[in-house]
Design a protein around this ligand. Sequence first.
Ligand code: ADP
Length: 338
Amino acid sequence: MRKLFRKMQGGKGIPFIYLFVLAYTILALLWWGVLLYNQSEQITRFEKQNLVLRTDNITHPAEYQQELQRIEETEKRRSFMFFSEGIIFLAIIILGGFFVYRSIKNHIRLSQQQQNFMMAVTHELKSPIAAVKLNLETIRRHKLDEEKQQKLLDNTVRETNRLDQLCNNILLASQMETQRYQLFREDVDFSALLEIGVKEIQARVSSHTIQAHILPDVWLNGDKFMLQILLSNLVENAIKYAPKQTVIDVRLEETANQLKLSVRDEGPGIPADERERIFLKFYRIGNENTRKAKGSGLGLFLSRKIVQQHGGSITVKDNTPAGACFEITLPVYSIQTV
Ligand code: ADP
């Protein structure tokens, strides 16, 4: 029974039942048109036969011709009416079918992405927990020298940070989706936030060098927590996708009365046809089997939401000579300093 139902759904594609109902409705409409046309012809034939019996063409030719003309005009009007009604019906059915098709397609895409997300998140949650557990058990069971112990502790902190970031992203994404998250706006020293954020990440990560070129004393009226998440998502992505020992460049500048924050890396970059899609919820390039880096597909979705809520925009372009460059533009905000 379940197999039959799945078959009726057409597997992962457009459900078979939808195509069947649409095709049936269109064919039924065409058949209805043919029947009406035949019926109209029959009526005309019957009326003409009746006319011959009622009026004599030879004795009353004018009356006969007049009546014949009326019958033919009535037929034309009838045909016009059901043809135009038929066309309107057909157009409505096709338009309705198109909207249903589009929403089914969206639904299928979203449910596939959600499935990917569940797989990725389950893995993402389990692997840091397993790593932390193993590290702590190793420290407890074995007498390790100071250096090894420190290494394991560093690794544990890194894993818990990953876990923390993932939980934040999941929570925020669901709150933003249901409009439950209200920005907590305050005057934020954006330059200090970036400098401190970059230093904190660099302290945890030895695989990449993070360079910061931050214009000093830039203030924003925004949500500190959100801005921290924005920086962390972009820099952590650069760490995740760019090869080890490469440089990540975080830059804050003011150009043409706008603030420009850019995060550049020397990784594989983003192909031109993926540059819009990577900001969609749960979207990840490639598929679950071929992907090496772990993730949830929420980081850039949230980043764009955060930037938009601060009145800015985010785009991605190629870095030179290679890599990705995420660029955020924000309106300049100045506060009165006493
Ligand atoms: P994820 O958790 O998968 O990293 P994101 O929303 O942060 O989710 O990113 C979406 C996708 O964009 C990623 O799966 C990755 O393929 C691509 N991507 C993001 N940042 C980079 C980057 N710096 N370099 C290359 N690809 C990236």
